[in-house]
Unconditional design. Structure first.
Length: 276
């Protein structure tokens, strides 16, 4: 008799769980459909609202390929200006990234809620990090150009501020995602906050922190090129000058240098990631 009752329960429970799944799925499907419909409507509305002239798009495409033809062959005659500008862009990116890494390491440990003693202070740091992150690097550069003038300094400050916003977030998340057993063991042994950081947190999350640092450096090298377009120094300024004077052959050479620079850094960073 008891075996028969057990079998009946087994027959009932799958039906109940399957009913729950059937009930849950339509809700998810409806939400997904609403998102898709809203996206399509927004796309159509944007096309209508922007009033894009497709004739200009066609003419511009033809002009683009004409300009590409005029870029060949590249003009290497101004390499003595372009190469130092490329090195300056690398220096701006590296300096800004290093400043951001040093500051964000300290603030990320204070913002990680699993090791901090003040949750409100941790959330305040994360809030400031969000503010620094949501403002684009080029906007920070324009602000600092007004404050300190043209040159590499506003580029360094802009990259440092924007990188700081990202690195605080990802560093703090890396600390919060680590196994809490080691932290609890150190606390039980009487370790203070600095000892927990040095002996427990850093050895555990070092690889993750290094990976995020390398990724951010790759981003910042590209950012430093763009910042030159607004007068923050580097190779971007040389590209702007060449395009404004319709010196397309020099512009192609500068573009090649930018590509080689970014590609080389990416290859080196990939090697570093494999070694870690």
């Amino acid at each position: 008799m008891s075996q028969q009752i057990g079998k009946e329960k087994q027959n009932i429970y799958p039906l109940v769980s399957s009913d729950k799944e059937d009930i849950a799925k339509p809700k998810g499907d409806r939400f997904l459909k609403i998102i898709v419909i809203c996206g399509v409507l927004l796309f159509v509305f944007s096309l209508y609202q922007l009033n894009i002239d497709y004739t200009n798009l066609w003419v511009g495409t033809i002009e683009f390929f004409t300009m590409l033809g005029e870029m060949f062959p590249p003009d290497f005659s101004e390499w003595q200006y372009v190469i130092p500008a490329a090195i300056e862009s690398l220096q701006v990116a590296i300096l800004g990234t290093v400043i951001a890494v040093v500051i964000s390491l300290v603030l990320a440990f204070l913002a990680a809620e699993n090791i901090t003693t003040n949750k409100l202070f941790a959330r305040t740091i994360k809030g400031f990090a969000t503010l620094m992150r949501v403002i684009p690097t080029i906007v920070w550069a324009l602000i600092f150009i007004v404050a300190v003038g043209l040159g590499p300094l506003p580029g360094v400050l802009a990259i440092a501020i924007h990188s700081l916003g990202m690195l605080i977030k990802v560093f703090a998340q890396s600390v919060e995602e680590m196994d809490g057993g080691k932290i609890e063991a150190l606390k039980a042994a009487g370790a203070n906050w600095f000892q927990i950081i040095a002996q427990g947190v850093i050895p555990t999350v070092f690889t993750a922190l290094l990976s995020w640092t390398i990724l951010r450096l790759e981003i910042d090298i590209g950012e430093s090129t763009i910042l030159g377009l607004v007068g923050a120094g580097g190779i971007g300024w040389e590209l702007t000058r060449a395009m404004r004077t319709y010196d397309f052959n020099s512009a192609l050479f500068i573009t090649i240098v930018i590509f080689v620079m970014i590609f080389s850094v990416e290859m080196i960073s990939n090697r570093l990631k494999l070694k870690v």
